[in-house]
Design a protein around this ligand. Structure first.
Ligand code: C2E
Ligand code: MG
Ligand code: MG
Length: 361
């Protein structure tokens, strides 16, 4: 109930409160508040500016490489959209994709990204580069758009790129085992596309859907990868991988950030790895360099080493009360000891001095 407001406004606010109640679950009612008003205005601005942003080509494709942990070779990439506004600010998809999904404009954006990836692949191939498959995300809303499979095939044909080079990622929550989704997946397969189940293990994983629908690759969600190092987590991932192998499905691990995770995944036969350990999503200009140097180069900056050690340290069960840190700068093949009270901050500050000292020794 809103006093002094137009009925349309009150209606919109009630709808917003309804969405809120749905999202929160287990609550029986929800009120509209000022925060919601601001959020609604922001969302409306985003929706209203979509067409202009498309016309100004503000949506850009970034590429995140996928590597084989066995030989550190580049085996593919994922296309991830970024909204780069006039002022140069970059908005990540988490901030606009859910809004566009609710308003059905995601279909246009998905197709635009797909088309752009096709154009890049064609350009790179024609200039003599060895290209790798680049997977594209297809939102649930785009999936149900009638004729989507034929439309995507038509785009590949017009541009002149093989559909095998464009795996389609469908998030596990959309990959529900129903006949409509199965039909779309079969139809993509018939046209030569391969299918990847995205975010596997993030929430709705249904083993039945693996049985009913044919996916070529499972992408293990970061939330599962984060369990690596825990007894239960390790077993869960091992068994998921062996199950997938038995079903003839490949595995890509997502959100891999450190060397321990890479080692573990390599040992248990994970086919490919995507994550900040290897690379963040990068613009096309940078990705070309990855295509030109397709074997991952282990040389890292000092900061990367320290970040990694800090990460591993934070992950370990044993955290000493007295702050003693051992850094093994394998790059220089030297081990040394440091003791700090506020080790995390000090470590960052002292690293440069430390490596200088190492070089002198
Ligand atoms: P996703 O498809 O699961 O993509 C992986 C996300 O994880 C990306 O976030 C990527 O930057 C992030 N990521 C990769 N490695 C790491 C890591 O080591 N650590 C951490 N913390 N994060 C990592 P991004 O680019 O922000 O995209 C978020 C989601 O937005 C995507 O999740 C995807 O569902 C959606 N999205 C992105 N581009 C598109 C698109 O063109 N169409 C549709 N429908 N959805 C898209
Ligand atoms: Mg994805
Ligand atoms: Mg994912």
């Amino acid at each position: 109930w809103s006093t002094g407001k137009k009925i349309e406004m009150a209606y919109n606010e009630a709808i917003s409160a309804k969405h809120d109640a749905r999202e929160k679950q287990n609550i029986d009612y929800s009120f509209f508040n000022e925060e919601d008003t601001k959020r609604l205005i922001r969302e409306k601005e985003m929706i209203d500016s979509f067409e202009d942003a498309m016309a100004r080509k503000e949506f850009k494709v970034f590429f995140q490489p996928k590597y084989s942990p066995k030989n550190k070779e580049l085996v593919g990439a994922e296309a991830l959209v970024r909204w780069i506004k006039k002022d140069g600010s970059i908005t990540n998809p988490g901030d606009f994709i859910p809004i566009f999904e609710r308003n059905n404009i995601i279909r246009k954006l998905d197709e635009y990204i797909f088309r752009n990836v096709c154009l890049y692949l064609k350009k790179w191939k024609d200039s003599g580069k060895k290209i790798v498959p680049v997977s594209v995300n297809l939102s649930r809303a785009s999936l149900y758009y009638k004729g989507v499979t034929e439309e995507y095939e038509r785009i590949t044909e017009i541009i002149g790129v093989d559909s095998k080079m464009l795996p389609i990622e469908i998030t596990e929550s959309a990959a529900v085992a129903d006949s409509a989704v199965k039909e779309i997946i079969d139809s993509f397969h018939a046209l030569g596309f391969s299918l990847q189940m995205d975010d596997f293990g993030s929430g709705y994983s249904s083993l039945a859907s693996l049985n009913l629908m044919h996916f070529d690759t499972l992408k293990l969600d970061k939330s599962l990868v984060d369990y690596i190092g825990e007894f239960g987590g390790n077993r869960l991932i091992e068994h998921t991988i062996s199950l997938a192998k038995e079903l003839g499905i490949q595995i890509t691990a997502e959100g891999v950030e450190n060397e321990n995770q890479v080692k573990f995944l390599k040992n248990i036969g994970c086919d490919s790895i995507q994550g900040f350990f290897y690379s963040k999503p990068v613009p096309a200009e940078d990705f070309i360099q990855t295509l030109d140097n397709p074997v991952f180069d282990m040389v890292k900056s000092d900061t990367d080493y320290v970040e990694e050690h800090l990460y591993n340290f934070n992950q370990s069960y044993y955290r000493p009360s007295f702050h003693s840190v051992v850094i093994n700068l394998t790059k220089n093949d030297i081990t040394d000891y440091y003791e700090y009270a506020d080790w995390e901050n000090m470590l960052r500050v002292k690293t440069r001095k430390f490596t200088d000292a190492v070089e002198k020794t």
